[in-house]
Write a protein that binds this ligand. Structure first.
Ligand code: 5SP
Ligand code: CO
Length: 242
């Protein structure tokens, strides 16, 4: 069991490096895809050029929406070698961190609003051998992250209130990305919510590395065209804020 865990840790750390080196990158969220055809949806996203998957885990308690847990993550892990970026919108991230890692998560992100001791949560997730991220909702003061920024690999700046796909982009996220980028030049920054061809460029100019996109891809009839248009908008923006 120990050697299996050690092997899994090495694999997860390698995937974390590939996430870190992928930026700037588009991460499709499967939240609004066809769950009756999930693995084919993942194949379509992969063929469209996606390299990392973003998985939105919601518990119906921290957010008023319920999605999926370890069995789906584990099924996706067996189906694809893409790194799995797991966004935990749950009230008790430590209760599920180890099972999520065992299911195949490569990067586990908890919400700052959900925990009382974010340093302890970050350290315990890191000890599982995966990358650790902290997410912040638009209404939460950015200063609440200060205590744990030295303990995480990534900050996920929410550009919508966590809970649902298809919401409108909140530009407060751009100010936050700018501020975090200027204070922490090497910190991995991800943005999530309302990212489309209009918003991805400004987010890159603000200094963001990873761009989660749900409905702007999934509501398209042609995932390849959607990813390509997003990629063009992302790459033509000046990412020099870093
Ligand atoms: O975490 C969330 C929502 O809480 C996201 O990952 C959404 O799934 C992104 O969807 P769009 O806003 O791009 O439709
Ligand atoms: Co998300």
């Amino acid at each position: 069991m120990v050697s299996i865990l050690v092997g899994m840790d090495l694999m997860n750390r390698a995937k974390l490096d590939s996430i870190r080196n992928a930026g700037p990158a588009i991460l499709p969220s499967v939240l609004n895809c066809d769950f009756g055809d999930l693995m084919a949806e993942v194949d379509r996203l992969r063929q469209a050029g996606a390299e990392i998957l973003h998985l939105d885990v919601m518990d119906g308690h921290f957010v008023p929406n319920l999605t999926f847990g370890m069995p789906i993550v584990e099924g996706l892990r067996r189906h694809t070698d893409m790194p799995l970026d797991v966004h935990l919108m749950i009230s008790d991230p430590l209760a599920y961190a180890k099972p999520m890692v065992e299911a195949g998560a490569d990067l586990l992100t908890f919400h700052i609003e959900a925990v009382s001791d974010p340093v302890d949560v970050a350290n315990k997730i890191r000890d599982l051998g995966v990358g650790v991220g902290v997410a912040i909702n638009p209404a939460t003061p950015l200063s609440s992250l200060d205590v744990c920024l030295g303990s995480v690999d990534m900050v996920l700046v929410m550009s919508v209130q966590a809970g649902f796909g298809g919401q409108s982009f909140n530009p407060v996220a751009l100010e936050r990305i700018r501020e975090l980028r200027s204070r922490y030049p090497d910190l991995l920054l991800e943005i999530d919510g309302g990212i489309n061809t209009e918003t991805i460029g400004p987010a890159r100019e603000a200094g963001c590395d990873l761009f989660v996109v749900g409905s702007a891809i999934i509501s398209s009839d042609d995932y390849t065209a959607a990813v390509s248009e997003l990629s063009d908008a992302m790459m033509s923006a000046n990412g020099g804020a870093r």
